[in-house]
Design a binder for this molecule. Structure first.
Ligand code: DON
Length: 578
């Protein structure tokens, strides 16, 4: 055998051994996935991590084991998800992080939502006839907002963390560089979105093999460009992403394809602290995301309306309970479409929308026996009550900190566009603006002036990272993906725990319902009984059974113990305690 042949056979064997070792270690984690999905929650005393990918959970769990706090673990989880779950984990998107420090007795929110580029215009998504062109707002370079994730995560670490950015990013870099074993979910996702991703050479070469075929379950997936980008950030800090080579690659990508994001937009991007929305539901303090997300506002508004009814007596998913929930949801989503937007640009009547008095007014409109047609519901007037493929993870530590983080590139795989040479996907968050009043976005959500496109504005979101406290102590950490369904998914886990006394895994797994005012229908997951559906129909509700909603990764803390529940709707999700 000649030397070259010998060398290449040796390389092949070495690669096989390496792959097998990696496979075995990742398989061991898969064992704990099954463990995590029994019908009782995973328990921990010193910490708990729940994310939608077991490798991210594992990376974050190690950070806690090594003495890091929940914020350190959160930053590690987020960067690891950016590698292992490119459909939603990201550095090319944005999101919101709620941090609760029990010791400091405060809950703060970091807003790292994307911003419209400086050159964005109100009519940028309208065609010549003045019609909204969703192809442009969803699948072109114009669809991307200025990404906030890297700056947001760094801000969290700097203000509340204990480890360096380099240490927090190390597990993600290793996963990108050495690769990870493809799961069926990973493989299926890329097969499903083939058309959208293969449209762009930069995406094709990252997510498909050189001959255009698929990565199959059990194979190794390596991301060299992404590894190099992450390394540059970890070595040079966030300046690299916003002013360095990564920014240059992103801006060059824009310039080649008619996008708007400029070096100036990148340099000017800044995340910020926001005061979370605060409400109280049956003695529990609810903290959730404030504008530019609509999530917290409407979670609290709907809970306020429902507080007036003996929900626990009516029972979980009974026709009566679902009727009242749907009626409350309708009214909240009607208000959403009118009032909600980025508070840096528009005045949102937040205090009114979340006040108990306003909820009382809305409750009076609800007929306990009959559905109100959405066509007769418009936004109400909260002003008199003024005294003024997303992914979520939840983490708690032994120091009393909790992190509830939801971040996104909007659709599964965002715009489908990878930044050439940088290896990450761009968001298509600009579609969350209202392209034209009365024209729904991808989630059927309507918007008006408050959410019109404006330069440097943040587009309205539904993301609802939430922390619930009881008697000043962290009690529930929760949140979900799911577009317009995020708000109602989060709401139901809160209700399932507080009203229906379910353990956290049952609360997460239970069938969910959703109403968003328009379309005028209650969307339900499979699992509701036919007689419940029939009763709701008799009350004039339109019922539509559709696919599963959300993926709510949650933690409950009770009697000093931490209970984690990964949503069984995500096959790769994992709760792990320590
Ligand atoms: O910010 C929002 O509300 C949306 N861009 C979230 C998108 C989403 O959850 C998609 N995932 N399922």
């Amino acid at each position: 055998m000649n030397r070259r042949l010998l060398q290449s056979s040796f390389m092949r064997v070495a690669a096989m051994v390496g792959c097998t070792v990696l496979f075995m270690s990742q398989l061991a984690t898969a064992g704990s996935i099954l463990e995590g999905q029994r019908m009782h929650p995973v328990q921990g005393k010193e910490g708990m991590v729940v994310t939608s990918h077991f490798l991210a959970t594992q990376s974050a769990q190690k950070v806690l084991k090594n003495g890091g706090n929940a914020i350190d673990a959160a930053v590690t989880a987020a960067f690891s998800l950016a590698v292992t779950q490119p459909r939603s984990g990201n550095i090319g998107g944005g999101g919101f992080m709620l941090i609760s420090s029990e010791k400091k007795n405060e809950v703060v929110a970091i807003d790292y939502r994307e911003k419209a580029p400086g050159k964005a215009t109100v009519d940028m998504f309208l065609d010549k006839e003045g019609n909204a062109d969703s192809q442009v707002s969803r699948y072109s370079h114009l669809a991307a907002g200025v990404p906030g994730t890297v700056a947001g995560l760094a801000m969290a670490l700097e203000q509340y963390g204990t480890i360096s950015l380099k240490d927090a990013m190390a597990p993600a870099i290793k996963l990108a560089e050495e690769g990870f074993i493809v799961t069926p979910r990973f493989s299926d996702g890329l097969k499903k979105k083939e058309k959208m991703l293969k449209k762009w050479d930069s995406s094709l070469k990252i997510f498909y093999k050189a001959d255009g075929t698929y990565y199959e379950p059990g194979e190794l997936f390596i991301q060299k460009d992404l590894a190099a980008t992450l390394k540059r950030i970890s070595e040079n800090g966030i300046k690299e992403f916003y002013e360095g080579k990564t920014a240059e690659l992103l801006v060059a990508e824009m310039a080649r394809h008619g996008g708007l994001i400029s070096m100036e937009d990148m340099k000017n991007y800044s995340p910020g602290f926001r005061t979370p929305v605060h409400g109280n539901y049956r003695g529990y303090d609810i903290y959730s995301m404030s504008p530019p997300s609509s999530g917290g506002t409407h979670v609290v508004q709907i809970l306020n309306i429902l507080e007036g009814y003996p929900i626990s007596k009516y029972g979980h998913n009974s026709a009566k309970t679902i009727h009242l929930m749907a009626e409350a949801m309708k009214r909240a989503y009607a208000d959403r479409s009118h009032y909600l937007g980025d508070e840096d640009f528009v005045k949102v009547p937040l205090k009114g929308l979340t006040s108990k008095k306003y909820a009382e007014v809305l409750r009076k409109e609800i007929d306990p026996e009959k559905a109100t047609p959405s066509a007769t519901i418009a936004q109400n007037n909260p002003l008199p009550y003024e005294s003024n493929e997303t992914t979520h993870f939840s983490i708690v530590d032994k120091f009393g900190n909790a992190v509830s983080n939801t971040y996104t590139i909007n659709f599964s795989y965002g715009s489908g566009i990878v930044v050439e040479g940088a290896g990450f996907l761009l968001n298509n968050e600009m579609d969350d603006f209202s392209a034209k009043p009365g024209v729904p976005n991808a989630y059927g959500l309507l918007g008006g002036d408050a959410n019109k496109v404006e330069p440097n504005k943040r587009m309205l979101s539904s993301m609802s990272p939430t922390i619930v406290k009881k008697d000043g102590k962290n009690f529930l950490v929760t949140g979900s993906p799911g577009g317009s369904r995020i708000i109602t998914t989060t709401l139901q886990v809160i209700m399932n725990v507080i009203d229906h006394n379910l353990n956290i895994l049952s609360a997460v797994a239970a069938s969910r319902i959703h109403h968003q005012w328009l379309p005028d229908e209650i969307r339900v997951e499979e699992g509701l009984s036919p007689d419940t559906i029939a009763t709701l129909q008799e009350m004039s509700h339109e019922i539509k059974v559709k696919s599963a909603m959300g993926a709510i990764q949650s933690i409950m803390i009770k009697d000093g113990k931490m209970f984690g529940a990964a949503d069984p709707r995500r096959s790769t999700a994992l709760a792990a305690g320590l």
